[in-house]
Design a protein around this ligand. Sequence first.
Ligand code: ADE
Length: 252
Amino acid sequence: MRIKLLTLFPEMFAPLSASILGRAEKAGLLSLEPIDIRAFTKDKHRRCDDSPFGGGPGMVLTAQPLHDALLHATRGFAARRVLLSPKGRTLTQKRATELAKEEGLILICGHYEGIDQRAIDLWVDEEISIGDYVLTGGELAAMVLIDALARHIPGVLGDGASASEESFMEGLLEYPHYTRPAEFLGLSAPEELLSGAHKRIESWRREKMLTETREKRPDLFAGLELSFDDRVLLGLEEKRRRRSQNREANEE
Ligand code: ADE
């Protein structure tokens, strides 16, 4: 996948050359091409911002350099054009998976108080936000989006990692993980995981996915359509919890 990044701060994308994404780039699975919007300004002082019409605080990114940078970026590259903005639709796992199927993307990173609306109206196919908070610019948001979608490009991750995402796609959080040693600082890994019994391990994991989601993300849990087996697991868990509460109460 080829991604062009329109930004006033191309150097901010340096972290993407580390770790898994760096490896994906070297392997030719991902190409990240920052384009400096400032290189396209026709202002004699190289400015790309101006004060807002109608007054108010902050500065606005002018339409001309962004427009010209986009003319350059789209030459021979018909990609979906995404603006990172707190006004956009909030990024979800589902949207990241869909965007990973695009052959190319142009990500536009705003700065200052905003971008001249005419450049947005002329060019932007979609606005994406990474959450309900305001960043100083779109670069960090673009990096989050790239990381989230690159994981879905075949070959970027090993096979093992993709399975865990399926649980998120189903609207469930992951089960907790444990590895050697079986006991650490007096804390034991769950006996179910050490049992070697495949069925027992599977149902322990499923139960944890359900209970963790219920506890940490009640909003996701409320939208779940639980299977009969899920209800049985939750029923058994509830019984176990009641029994241990009763035991504790009796001991007091
Ligand atoms: N730019 C500033 N804040 C942002 C956000 N929350 N998401 C995406 N882009 C942004």
